[in-house]
Ligand binder design. Structure first.
Ligand code: IFM
Length: 455
C-alpha cells in the first residue's frame, strides 16, 4: 500500500496525550490531576494500580523535550501533531484561576509546530481531570460540566489565534468506563452509580465545550474523538445477536447519539435507562451539537460476551483468537473493523467529515545497534490505511489519519511495557530512536529521516 492511494489533501499526523508523555507533574504551577494521585496509590502490600508500578512523573519528559518531539514529527514527514492539554497545568484547581505559565507552555508548543510546518491539533481532555474537581465529585458531579466549559473557553481564547483544529474529548467511553465502572483507570471509581452520571455529564460537556471553543477561538474546526469497535457476539444464535446489539449500544452509540439528538440507546441496553434520572429539562437541547468532524479511534474488534443479567446482557472483552495476529497487549489485529466503524458512523448521515485520530499497535520492540525493526507495525499501518482508502472509494469523507503514537509512552494501567511509538524511547536516558515504521512513513511522506544503522 502506498500512501498516495489516499485522496489529495489528506492530513498525516501523529498523536500523543499530556499525561502519557509530559512528566514534570508540578512544574511551573501545575496542580495535581487524578492520574498523579491514582498512579501513586499503594495498598497495604505496597502494590499500586499500574502493572509495573510506574507513574507518569517522568514519562518521556516531553514537557521539557517537546522541541525534540516536534522535530522528529517533521523529520518523519508528518504535517500534523495531535497533543492534549493538561487541564491542571492551565487551571491548577479546576476553577477559573488561570496559571499563565501553563497556557504559555502550550502557546510555545503550538508556535513550535507552526514554525516546523506542522499543524497543531489540540485535544482538550485526555483523561487528566484536576484532582480538586475529583474531590468535589468528579464527572459524576454535574458541576464538572460547567467547570469544563469554562476551561474550554479559557483555552479557546488563549490558543485560538494559532490552533485551528480541536478535539473536545479523547475517547469518552474509555475514561468513563475504565475509570468509573471498572476502576482500572483513574480515579478508580466503580459501579453504574458512577458510570451513568459520568457518561451523561461527559456527553453534555462535549456539546458545551465545543460551543465554548466556537465562542472564543478565532476560526475553530471542532470535533471530538470516539473509541469505536464493531462487537462480535459468540455464536450464531439470537442471544449472541442480542449481546452484540447491547455491546454496540454501550461501546459505540452511547457517546455519539445523544449529541446527534437521538437520545440514549437504552432499548438495546436497558441498564442505560437509569441515566434518565441525571437528565434535567434543558439537557435535551444542550446535548445536541453539530460537530465539524468526528475523530474515529480504532484498534481492534471486541467480543460481546452474553450475560444472563436482565438489563445488561453483555460484557465486552478483548478477543484472543490465536489464528489472528495479536499485539503485545493481546489485541487481535483486525483491519476490516476500521472499515466497519467508518461505515457505521457514516450511516448516521449527520457528520460532514471523519478523521482517524488514533490507530496503532504495541509490539515488543527491541533496539539493536541503533535500529528497531518493527516490520509488523508497518504491516499494521498498511492494512489499516488500505481500509481507509477503500472507505474513501465507497464515498466516505475520511480525510486524515493520526498514528498512535509518536513515541513509546506511559500506557495507563499497563505501565511502560507496551510500546506503541513510531519512535523508540530508552526510558533511563530518554534517547529517542526512529523505528523502521517511522522511516517507512518518512519515505512515503517525503520526510528527511533516513536510517543510519544496519538494515
Ligand atoms: O494509549 C491509548 C490512548 O491514550 C487512548 N487510545 C488508545 C491508546 C492505546 O491504548
Amino acid at each position: 500500500m502506498n500512501l498516495d492511494e489516499l485522496d489529495e489533501g489528506f492530513t498525516w499526523g501523529v498523536a500523543t496525550a499530556a499525561y502519557q508523555i509530559e512528566g514534570s507533574p508540578s512544574a511551573d504551577g501545575k496542580g495535581p490531576s487524578i492520574w498523579d494521585t491514582f498512579t501513586h496509590k499503594r495498598n497495604r502490600l505496597g502494590r499500586g494500580p499500574i502493572k509495573d508500578g510506574s507513574t507518569g512523573d517522568i514519562a518521556t519528559d516531553s514537557y521539557r523535550r517537546y522541541p525534540d518531539d516536534i522535530a522528529l514529527t517533521a523529520a518523519m514527514g508528518f504535517d500534523a501533531y495531535r497533543f492534549s492539554l493538561s487541564w491542571p497545568r492551565i487551571c491548577p484547581d479546576g476553577d477559573g484561576r488561570i496559571n499563565q505559565a501553563g497556557l504559555d507552555h502550550y502557546r510555545r508548543m503550538a508556535d513550535a509546530c507552526l514554525v516546523a510546518g506542522i499543524e497543531p491539533w489540540v485535544t482538550l481532555y485526555h483523561w487528566d481531570l484536576p484532582q480538586t474537581l475529583e474531590d468535589a465529585g468528579g464527572w459524576p458531579n454535574r458541576d464538572t460540566v460547567f467547570r469544563f466549559a469554562d476551561y474550554a473557553g479559557i483555552v479557546g481564547a488563549a490558543l485560538g489565534d494559532r490552533v485551528t483544529n480541536w478535539m473536545v474529548f479523547n475517547e469518552a467511553l474509555s475514561f468513563t468506563l475504565l475509570g468509573h465502572m471498572v476502576g482500572a483507570h483513574a480515579p478508580g471509581r466503580r459501579g453504574f452509580h458512577n458510570f451513568l452520571p459520568a457518561a451523561h455529564h461527559v456527553n453534555l460537556a462535549t456539546a458545551m465545550g465545543a460551543r465554548a471553543l466556537r465562542a472564543t477561538a478565532t476560526s475553530p474546526v471542532v470535533g471530538t474523538t470516539a473509541y469505536l469497535s464493531p462487537p462480535i457476539g459468540s455464536g450464531p444464535g439470537p442471544l449472541a445477536r442480542q449481546a452484540e446489539r447491547a455491546a454496540d449500544a454501550v461501546l459505540n452509540r452511547l457517546f455519539l447519539e445523544p449529541n446527534l439528538g437521538l437520545g440514549y440507546p437504552w432499548r438495546e441496553a436497558p441498564v442505560l435507562r437509569a441515566i434518565e434520572r441525571h437528565i434535567v429539562a434543558e439537557d435535551e437541547r444542550d446535548l445536541v451539537i453539530d460537530l465539524d468532524f468526528l475523530g474515529v479511534q480504532y484498534y481492534t474488534r471486541l467480543r460481546a460476551q452474553w450475560l444472563p443479567i436482565p438489563g445488561l446482557w453483555t460484557y465486552p472483552r478483548f478477543g484472543r483468537d490465536r489464528s489472528l495476529e495479536l499485539t503485545s497487549l493481546g489485541w487481535e489485529v483486525r483491519p476490516e473493523g476500521l472499515g466497519m466503524v467508518l461505515d457505521k458512523v457514516h450511516s448516521y448521515g449527520r457528520y460532514d467529515r471523519f478523521v482517524v485520530t488514533e490507530g496503532g499497535a504495541s509490539f515488543d520492540d527491541v533496539l539493536v545497534d541503533g535500529r528497531v525493526h518493527d516490520a509488523r507495525r508497518v504491516t499494521y499501518y498498511q492494512s489499516h490505511l488500505a481500509e481507509v482508502a477503500k472507505a474513501q472509494q465507497r464515498g466516505i469523507p475520511v480525510d486524515g489519519y493520526f498514528a498512535w503514537s509518536l513515541l513509546d509512552n506511559f500506557e495507563w494501567a499497563e505501565g511502560f511495557r507496551p510500546r506503541f511509538g513510531l519512535v523508540h524511547v530508552d526510558y533511563p536516558t530518554q534517547q529517542r530512536t526512529i523505528k523502521d515504521s517511522g522511516y517507512w512513513f518518512a519515505q512515503q511522506l517525503g520526510g528527511t529521516a533516513t536510517p543510519t544503522g544496519p538494515d
